[in-house]
Design a protein around this ligand. Structure first.
Ligand SMILES: [Zn+2]
Ligand SMILES: [Zn+2]
Length: 815
């Protein structure tokens, strides 16, 4: 009985066979120059960790792969490239831990990742793989830096930065968790003043925010970005000191100016030294020293107790003319606004707390309905609905929003105010005092100053350093490689010095999608014609943990490249969807809990197709779900059933020399299934698409399976279980790939469920439910309801006095 049709489903054999076929036939290759309907299907390229592919990666990639395959089956030319984001501190720290050079470690990790990614059956076109650590790639990352440098968007400046003494490098604000390093939960982050390269992303704050309004992105991602950019409309107001110094403050509430009872400067504010009186000098200096040792994140924490000291000086409130004291406090930051605020304790929580602690006056200047100028303030009242000004001579009774504009305008006329928009977004510090990154392509010459490396000299290759350990000096390990950093000045030829910082790994990933279509080109970073054809990216799927860094930087770089004439679009990703996260047995996966799912093990045991489908069946893709080992066998049983149906159809076809005529009920069900799977797959509702296919398969098992009923199912399955679908397709008599088939259409008339459920009420209370043909007329529906024993108990056999009838939905009988 060696009949092919009687074999059981063997996932390993099927998957090996089809992966080899895809390879031989070039099934997954996109024709980049010739494509008629390009669809760039992007997924977030992984950081190739030593642990191998994480199940979270698989979840993300399979969900994106389903989109790509679905688009291809609906007639698009889909380009689905992959690559590796292998520079950065994670790789370097791991290399340090295991005592192996990252240049040796990373290729091994990449090799393993590539093998794992192939094994799960992604439709990836590996001809266009990129690796950020390849000089052929980072040559263009350096080129990008030079474009921004020439445009004045890359600047070097001294700045207070978060410094992790364990990582021995600068951390971004979002890497500081409650004052500690995200990688070293027991290491307190310090503040250091260092010369750093910044990209002035803040120049793009307005379009970065405004474009979100029309972006086809997950709502959650847009909200995170909008909050991160943090626009506030307000005014800069001038407070003058008796000595004639002008202190500019930024406020979003100029309407509360009459309640500004003191000023607070950031301890680093340049005017502090000049304003501090002799009596206060010792306290002020001591306080500034203490603040300098704190990290920026804990300074911004709202929970911590307010501290501060008086400078001894006063300034004039431009509205009241009163003299108000000038303090310094760590809750005011140099980076936000002007580094100085007017404190309005009556209507700002932080100011209220501070005033209470320092015994400073609190004045009400806004009153809501039922309040007056003398209503006491037990706490700050920041937002008073329908508030009007009080204790504000000249403006009493004016609604606060109107007063905002009026007060700003009145002071502007005297040169004491100007309306401004402020953002929470900071410039992007791209310097890293580490080894494992692309060297920043800058040379310092004593005579010529800061000189960019000429483009024809790129790449500046990262030298092979034996000792790449960071140290406490705040200087990159490259500063120990004298033979590397000593170079002639490109301008005058005199001996000069290379920049020894490397760039942030987020710069590598801020443009990789532009590189993919041109990954085989060494003459350009990205080919103009291919870029026009394939970008912006049609679909990008990734995690919301990248909502503010990667996704913001990629948008900024694209906008800058557009302004510099290198691309024709400002937004890189036409559609972005955030996927959910999966947990294991109800808990977050972590090494310490020992509940990390190793994808290899599952793929080996169950096959990639079963594993893919199981991951997609855990819950709504955009929300995630709970991974339980017990659930996976249900998917396998489903595939086994399909396998048996395909076998039976083959046997039947052989026996009858053709296809049997399918039953009308099954045909209707097929159209309904196609309709549901089409809508759900397009909307990333993969779990319900799978559920629809399961229902269909159960119905097929009760009838006679025919090719006409099974062929559409094989195509619907192709995005989800691609190897399996190929095998079914072949067994149903096709010689070409199922991926070259056309997605099945459905007849909406047939797809409509022909039975509906009526709710039956008696006197407004639900007493029963009836399944009736769609379109059942009122008389027939009422008759059926009255005949129903559950309903009859409540009508007592009486004729209805009145009936409320909603077609296909409801019969309400009033007795
Ligand atoms: Zn650290
Ligand atoms: Zn020079």
């Amino acid at each position: 009985m060696a009949d092919r049709n009687s074999t059981a489903y063997d996932p390993q054999g099927v998957e090996r066979k089809w992966q080899q076929r895809w390879e031989e036939r070039g099934t997954n290759r996109a024709d980049l120059p010739g494509a008629a309907r390009p669809f760039f299907n992007l997924m977030m390229f992984p950081y190739p960790s030593a642990e191998g592919l994480h199940v979270g990666n698989v979840f993300a990639f399979v969900g994106a792969d389903i989109q790509g395959r679905y688009k291809r089956l609906t007639g698009h030319d889909v380009f689905e490239p992959l690559g590796f984001d292998a520079f950065g501190i994670h790789s370097e720290n791991f290399a340090l831990k295991v005592g192996t050079h990252p240049a040796e470690l990373i290729p091994r990790n990449i090799e393993r990742f590539r093998r794992q990614l192939r094994r799960i059956g992604l439709m990836a076109d590996w001809r266009y793989e990129v690796q950020t650590t390849d000089p052929r790639y980072y040559r263009w990352t350096q080129w990008l830096f030079l474009q921004l440098f020439r445009a004045g968007l890359a600047v070097k400046r001294r700045a207070a930065v978060n410094w992790c003494p364990a990582c021995k490098t600068v951390l971004a604000n979002e890497q500081v968790i409650g004052g500690y390093c995200e990688r070293h939960p027991d290491v307190k982050v310090e503040q250091r003043l260092l010369d750093q390269w910044f990209f002035t992303i803040t120049k793009y704050a307005a379009p970065l925010l405004d474009n979100l309004a029309t972006a086809d992105w997950s709502h959650s991602t847009k909200t995170i970005q909008a909050n991160w950019i943090g626009r506030s409309e307000g005014a800069e107001l001038v407070f003058e000191t008796p000595g004639g110094k002008r202190l500019t403050v930024f406020t979003t509430r100029p309407d509360t100016l009459f309640g500004a009872t003191y000023l607070v400067l950031a301890p680093e504010h340049p005017l502090v030294a000049g304003l501090t009186t002799a009596e206060c000098r010792a306290d002020v200096n001591e306080y500034r020293r203490r603040v300098a040792a704190m990290d920026l994140v804990s300074r911004k924490s709202v929970e911590k107790a307010k501290t501060g000291v008086f400078t001894g000086s006063y300034a004039r409130n431009p509205a009241t003319g009163a003299s108000v004291p000038i303090w310094i406090a760590d809750y005011v930051l140099m980076e936000y606004g002007t580094g100085a605020i007017m404190a309005v304790p009556g209507h700002d929580e932080r100011d209220f707390e501070f005033a209470a602690q320092m015994k400073l006056p609190v004045v009400r200047v806004v009153a809501g309905p039922g309040q007056s100028a003398t209503t006491p303030l037990a706490a700050a009242e920041p937002d008073i609905p329908e508030g009007r000004l009080v204790n504000s001579p000249g403006y009493d009774g004016v609604p606060w929003e109107e007063a905002k504009r009026a007060i700003t305008a009145a002071l502007a006329a005297k040169g004491l105010a100007k309306p401004v928009t402020n953002y929470r977004l900071h410039d992007w510090c791209i310097s890293r005092q580490r080894y494992w990154g692309p060297p920043i392509p800058i040379i310092y010459c004593d005579d010529c100053g800061t000189v960019p490396v000429p483009e024809q000299d790129l790449p500046v290759v990262l030298p092979a350093l034996e000792d790449f350990r960071p140290d406490d000096s705040g200087v990159s390990p490259l500063a120990r490689a004298e033979s590397w950093y000593r170079v002639p000045c490109p301008k005058c030829g005199k001996l000069a010095r290379r920049e020894t910082d490397v760039s942030d790994t987020f710069l590598d990933s801020a443009w990789y999608f532009l590189r993919y279509p041109s990954a085989d080109r060494d003459d350009v970073p990205f080919d103009a014609a291919l870029t026009r054809k394939w970008l912006p990216v049609a679909s990008y799927i990734g995690g919301n943990e990248h909502a503010v860094l990667h996704l913001m930087y990629a948008r900024f770089i694209t906008m800058a490249l557009k302004d510099l004439g290198h691309v024709s679009f400002a937004e890189p990703f036409a559609r972005f969807r955030a996927h959910g996260t999966i947990v294991k047995d109800g808990a977050k996966m972590s090494k310490s809990r020992g509940n990390v799912v190793n994808p290899d093990q599952y793929v080996e045991q169950w096959g990639a197709d079963t594993f893919r489908m199981y991951l997609m069946f855990l819950g709504p893709y955009q929300e995630g779900g709970d991974f339980r080992d017990a659930g996976i066998s249900g998917i396998r049983r489903f595939l086994d059933k399909v396998w048996a149906l395909v076998e039976a159809a083959g046997t039947e076809a052989q026996a009858h020399g053709g296809t049997g005529k399918p039953s009308p009920d099954l045909v209707r069900m097929m159209h309904r299934t196609i309709q549901r799977v089409t809508g759900d797959t397009a909307a990333l509702d993969y779990n319900t698409a799978i559920a629809a296919m399961m229902e269909y398969v159960n119905a097929l098992r009760d009838g006679t399976p025919t090719r006409a009923l099974l062929e559409p199912l094989a195509i619907l399955l192709a995005p989800y279980a691609p190897h399996f679908a190929e095998e079914c397709w072949e067994r149903l008599g096709h010689a070409t790939s199922v991926m070259d088939a056309a997605w099945p259409g459905f007849d909406p008339a047939l797809a409509v469920a022909d039975e509906v459920e009526f709710v039956v009420q008696v006197g407004g209370k639900v007493r029963g439910r009836l399944t009736l043909a769609r379109g059942t007329a009122e008389a027939a529906a009422v008759a059926a309801a009255l005949a129903d024993p559950a309903v009859a108990r409540f009508t007592g056999g009486q004729a209805p006095r009145k009936v409320v009838f909603v077609p296909d939905r409801l019969v309400n009988i009033v007795i």
